[in-house]
Ligand binder design. Structure first.
Ligand SMILES: O=c1ccn([C@@H]2O[C@H](COP(=O)(O)OP(=O)(O)O[C@H]3O[C@H](CO)[C@@H](O)[C@H](O)[C@H]3O)[C@@H](O)[C@H]2O)c(=O)[nH]1
Ligand SMILES: [Mn+2]
Length: 767
């Protein structure tokens, strides 16, 4: 542009900022060397033990911890973040040069995922800062629900008021439920016009909520003569495709809404539908024949765009690439472990976490970075093998794959493509094609996101996460402990099963283009549920030793005890220091350090175990949708109550949006068998502590208090620490109603605990 100043053309659109990491590295290496000392100590002192079993088990577990820690050190070694500068971009590139973008939202169940949440996500996305004629929004409804469809139609009407309002007044948070919750009336200092519009929009939004609420309360009367006719008598798992263009921006009028399209793909009990991955592939194909944008953004139904500039941030990376850097699909995830994320950012880039992420369509279509230099022509036959029979889809895919930085324009109106769209949304379309295997979202894991991202990194692409002051997207973490467990179990089984696919990170680093350290990062992630076995083993050791009067720690007055104490103190202080650096509280640190241990022994263990029958072909893992909760009332009160449940999204939301409202809950329990191992560990440690106390009481302190040192104080300390970790379970043993652990679970766990105590006594005679 002529108006460019020298400065603005020279300043980069994106910058990688390297964090100095020396102190952290030093501490991590110190912990690593202490771990190695422990292993050496175990080997050297093996023969001096009265009982070999605890010593051997401890050695095995500690070897595992050392291995995992080594992976962590490798991943975190270099730390960097990427900063993007939308204002520089706008000075340099005119909006008409932006590539267009297809946005996908997935929902699966209007009850587990209340429509109003999904609709807020939709509204926040329709209102992002992006030229309207570049945008199309697709909603995939796996629930085939007339309620979702109805809400979507009504929301689109409301969006015609909401979007212009947001853009006119540059509203920051464009999900109305957040916007109107944070402000109960417009600021006095604002203009009169603003105040009026504000009030009328708040009223309209209230109306929208009421309509959706009412519709949710009564069964849907499907009138054959209306748009709802197609939903008559359909079953969510057995119905033809329903695709409706709800709003169409034919002329690309800037004041109008973007294209808004509803999709409920065909389902039949005879065909696998592959849950979210299947839905994403249908979205990819339908959008391929309708708008075929070179960029896509996918978002879970509960993840609203918190930063309206998110598209511009992503554009900074696109144009930064055009300026000569390496190409990458855009990652924008909420990571639970910042430092790991920063670490991975300095390798090939963050994992794809399933939501809030921009992808290039050609990357999803299976291309590799070096394909750019190859000839563009793929034979029609090959295209059919990969993408399937649809001529429209093959043509659009060919256009994407042969793109040589030229713009891909295909703004024919979506409503003229319905027939082709229905074809590619059918449930048998994928047979004999590469969908789910080479292209699109990959099948074979309930963590389809990680698997798909791994496939992309495996081809040599890089990814990036933008960091701006505002989180790009915010979503709901499960609000109850049982649903947290379910989610974590799904993640657990999903990540570990990746190791048994052809996308095993070690294979990809040998055979394909996955970088070695990136492979270590994936290995760390995929082995995460396997941690449960040594975890639970190590947690039983103190109880075992106290009950049998044996040791797995050196005695308090022996030198090597210092190594163990050193690790404990240094590691915990170190994690706390990491937390402080990103502004998290002591409470947060304590919650997270506890919940990690609890989850290890419950959900991860089940995730890990549930993979075994699947690998043997005896069962299929299923994707259970997480319950999302919508509360519009009394946010303040919710904040005071209860313990935040440690999931990653919660962690981020906790920091910035303390009153988001979904996030907090006291522990509640259901009859899920998942908590049994946790309760067993708790009970066993309680028995052990009572045992230990009695022994301490018996000591005649006046005679020789030194014998106390012989009594396994280290083991006792561990037991107490575990008790603190399981504090919520302890409360649950005595809690009422939902807050109490069901008595059947307590009985079952009690029986296992007794068995354990009994076996301890017996085994001490054998080993
Ligand atoms: O058959 C299905 C099941 C789920 N979904 C959608 O998938 C998304 C994620 O489901 P959710 O129950 O919220 O799972 P989470 O555990 O919260 O999701 C995380 O983990 C998933 C993998 O386990 C990823 O797919 C997600 O993107 C990631 O946010 C939601 O929009 C659902 O509507 C479908 O479209 N079809
Ligand atoms: Mn979710």
């Amino acid at each position: 542009m002529a108006t460019n100043t020298q400065d603005s053309t020279h300043l980069p659109l994106q910058e990688t900022i390297v964090h100095s990491n020396k102190t952290a590295r030093a501490i991590e290496l110190m912990v690593l060397s202490l771990l190695v000392f422990i292993l050496v100590y175990r080997v050297v002192c093996f023969k001096d033990q009265d009982q070999y079993l605890p010593w051997l088990l401890a050695f095995l577990c500690e070897s595992w911890f050392t291995f995992i820690w080594t992976l962590c050190v490798c991943i975190k070694w270099n730390q960097c973040i990427t900063k993007t500068y939308p204002d520089r971009l706008l000075k340099r590139v005119s909006e008409s040069e932006f590539p267009s973008i297809d946005i996908f939202v997935t929902t699966a169940d209007p009850i587990l995922e209340p429509s109003i949440i999904t609709m807020n996500t939709v509204l926040s996305l329709l209102a992002i800062e992006c030229p309207v004629d570049k945008l199309a929004l697709y909603l995939s409804d796996d629930g085939c629900s007339p309620l979702t469809f109805y809400s979507f139609v009504e929301t689109t009407k409301f969006a015609k008021l909401w979007v212009p309002f947001c853009k006119k007044y540059n509203i920051q948070v464009r999900a109305p439920f957040r916007y109107f919750n944070s402000q109960s009336s417009p600021l006095e200092s604002e203009s009169l016009e603003f105040q009026q519009e504000w009030k009328s929009l708040k009223k309209e939004y209230g109306e929208l909520c009421k309509k959706i609420d009412l519709a949710a309360q009564r069964p849907f009367l499907c009138d054959h003569d209306t748009d709802f006719g197609v939903f008559c008598g359909v079953h969510r798992l057995d119905h033809p495709s329903i695709i409706k263009v709800i709003s169409e921006n034919k002329e690309g009028t800037p004041s109008d809404l973007p294209h808004v399209i509803y999709i409920s793909r065909e389902k039949s009990p005879k065909h696998q539908h592959h849950y979210k991955a299947g839905a994403m592939n249908v979205l990819t194909r339908v959008s391929g024949v309708m708008t075929n944008a070179p960029l896509m953004l996918n978002v879970d139904c509960d993840m609203y765009a918190n930063n309206p500039q998110v598209f511009l941030h992503a554009m900074c990376m696109v144009f930064a690439f055009y300026n000569g850097l390496k190409d990458d699909p855009f990652g924008n995830q909420l990571a639970n472990l910042f430092y790991l994320a920063y670490g991975i950012s300095s390798i090939q880039g963050p994992f794809y976490a399933g939501s809030g992420c921009f992808h290039r369509r050609k990357v999803i279509y299976g291309s590799s970075p070096d394909d750019m230099t190859k000839s563009d022509n793929i034979s029609n036959e090959d295209l059919q093998k990969i993408f399937g029979k649809s001529i429209e889809l093959r043509e659009s895919a060919a256009r994407i794959l042969s793109e040589s930085n030229s713009k891909i324009e295909n703004r024919s109106s979506p409503s003229s493509c319905i027939e082709a769209a229905i074809h590619v949304a059918s449930c048998s379309y994928e047979y004999g094609t590469s969908w789910g295997i080479q292209v699109g979202w990959l099948y074979g894991s309930t963590s389809e996101d990680i698997l798909t991202g791994l496939g992309i990194h495996g081809r040599g692409w890089k990814s990036a996460i933008t960091s701006s002051d505002m989180f790009a997207f915010l979503g709901c973490a499960p609000t109850t402990y049982p649903s947290t467990l379910k989610q974590q179990k799904r993640w657990g089984s999903g990540t570990i099963e990746i190791l048994f696919t052809d996308k095993n990170p070690l294979l990809l680093t040998i055979k394909a283009n996955l970088w070695f350290r990136q492979a270590l990062a994936y290995l760390w992630l995929c082995l995460w549920p396997a941690h449960s076995v040594p975890g639970i083993c190590y947690a039983s050791l103190p109880a075992y030793c106290i009950i049998t009067g044996s040791h797995f720690f050196p005695k308090v007055n022996e030198r090597p005890f210092l190594i163990f104490m050193g690790i404990f103190v240094i590691y915990n202080l170190y994690v706390f220091w990491e937390f402080r650096r990103i502004g998290l509280s002591l409470r947060m640190w304590w919650n997270l350090q506890r919940i990690v241990r609890v989850n290890t022994m419950t959900a991860w263990l089940y995730g890990f175990i549930s993979v075994i029958p699947k690998l043997m072909g005896l069962s299929k893992t299923t994707f259970e949708v997480t319950q999302k909760e919508y509360k519009s009332h009394d946010l303040e009160k919710d904040n005071e109550r209860g313990v935040p449940i440690g999931t990653l999204k919660c962690l981020l939301a906790h920091q910035t949006l303390a009153n988001l409202g979904f996030i907090y809950a006291a522990f509640t329990y259901d009859k899920s068998p998942m908590i049994v191992p946790g309760v067993v560990i708790l009970l066993v440690n309680m028995v052990a502590l009572v045992n230990g106390m009695l022994r301490l009481l018996k000591v005649d302190y006046s005679e020789n208090w030194m014998v106390v040192l012989e009594l396994g104080l280290g083991e006792m300390f561990c037991s107490v620490w575990l008790l603190l970790c399981f504090w919520e379970f302890l409360k649950g043993l005595f809690g009422n109603g939902n807050y109490g652990i069901p008595s059947s679970t307590i009985w079952k766990s009690g029986a296992f605990a007794l068995l354990f105590v009994h076996l301890c006594r017996r085994s001490s005679q054998w080993f």
